[in-house]
Unconditional design. Structure first.
Length: 366
């Protein structure tokens, strides 16, 4: 195996796939990147047996072949070399030789046969979606995913595809984030898959904020996304996601409208003296006024008032302030709306100019 390549042409795909390489591995090959060279391209593959990232570079190969080399060491070498430098890569026995200018590196290798691969994917349904659409669905909802919850199906993001619609939903049991986009597809049924947390974060990192279409493939056990020169594959969480439609309350007459930035700053100020563990603050809704109260075990208190548009009855309710701030930080809208039924019911947060996004937060006792 032998080829020459410019530093940037190797560094970019390495940076794109490195997220699939775990730092601590029980299987040595999983710390490596698989290099496969044919006459016209170089393919790089990394996996942790849950997700797999494969990048390709079109180039002339001197001697085709395949080998695995330590992924992070190869990445660090490329980073450390001068910009636009030329790299000579060759394999000699069980060593990989990397030369660039006056620098020489020798890396240990493992045979390509030792490198594991994910099971073959049998496509059930595939469609195209714009990168920015898919990225927005993730950005608007992923923060509500659970972390290491025993209810394993909550440790991921639900993607639901139906006629002309694609939805993303995340919940940790205390809050729920819902996003919806229109989609041109010919699906007659409703298909749901749960992408695990790491897969969600890696996919978001790969997606660009443009309207170039990517191919999305849904299968029984896998989800695959094909970008320009990158193929992302992830195993799916095998579980039944909660019925989110039962969680999202109907918007009713007790509607509060507030300036998003003013409310956000008021919540930040109130949170300073909230309990560091539970992060609870009390909200008292009165006519055109929202009072925020916080206290902590040191008997310190904060009282903040913010003007809002509200004409319903007085309501006193407690929330985790971080959950509200996460929602407000997910949008750049000028105004935010909140629908509350009473002091024991969940709160529905929406943005008037972004009706495709809905957020539900459960109250907490203070």
């Amino acid at each position: 195996m032998k080829f020459q390549i410019q530093r940037e042409e190797l560094l970019t795909p390495l940076q794109q796939i490195i997220g699939a390489v775990e730092k601590r591995q029980t299987m040595p090959a999983l710390s490596n990147v698989l290099l496969q060279a044919d006459e016209q391209s170089l393919n790089l593959t990394a996996t942790d047996l849950e997700i797999e990232l494969k990048a390709s570079v079109n180039m002339v190969i001197d001697e085709p072949g395949d080998i695995t080399v330590p992924a992070r060491k190869l990445l660090d070498i490329c980073k450390a070399l001068p910009a636009e430098s030329r790299i000579d890569f060759s394999v000699d026995g069980d060593k990989a030789l990397i030369k660039s200018g006056r620098s020489r590196f020798t890396l240990t290798t493992l045979p390509a046969a030792d490198f594991p691969s994910l099971d073959a994917i049998e496509s059930q349904f595939s469609f195209e979606v714009a990168q920015n659409t898919l990225r927005q669905l993730i950005d608007k909802t992923a923060f509500a995913m659970a972390q290491q919850d025993v209810r394993y199906y909550l440790n991921g993001l639900l993607f639901e595809v139906s006629a002309q619609k694609i939805r993303a939903v995340a919940t940790d049991g205390h809050r729920l984030a819902f996003a919806e986009k229109t989609l041109e597809n010919d699906i007659a049924d409703v298909k749901q898959v749960i992408l695990p947390r790491k897969g969600v974060l890696e996919l978001a990192r790969l997606l660009s904020d443009n309207d170039v279409a990517v191919k999305l493939v849904l299968a029984n056990n896998h989800m695959q996304v094909e970008l320009d020169n990158i193929r992302f594959t992830s195993k799916l969480i095998d579980g039944r996601f909660p019925d989110y439609n039962r969680v999202i309350p109907e918007s009713d007459s007790k509607l509060l409208t507030a300036d998003r930035e003013a409310l956000k700053q008021a919540l930040i100020r109130a949170s300073i003296l909230s309990n560091e563990k539970y992060r609870g603050i009390r909200l008292i809704l009165q006519k055109n006024l929202l009072k925020l109260e916080a206290h902590n075990p040191d008997q310190e208190e904060a009282d903040i008032e913010v003007e809002v548009n509200y004409s319903g009855p007085e309501i006193e309710i407690g929330f985790n302030v971080n959950y509200i701030l996460d929602v407000l930080n997910s949008s750049d809208s000028e105004m935010v709306q909140s629908s509350l039924r009473d002091s024991n019911s969940s709160c529905l947060l929406t943005f008037p100019d972004q009706p495709d996004y809905k957020y539900v937060i459960m109250p907490m006792r203070l």
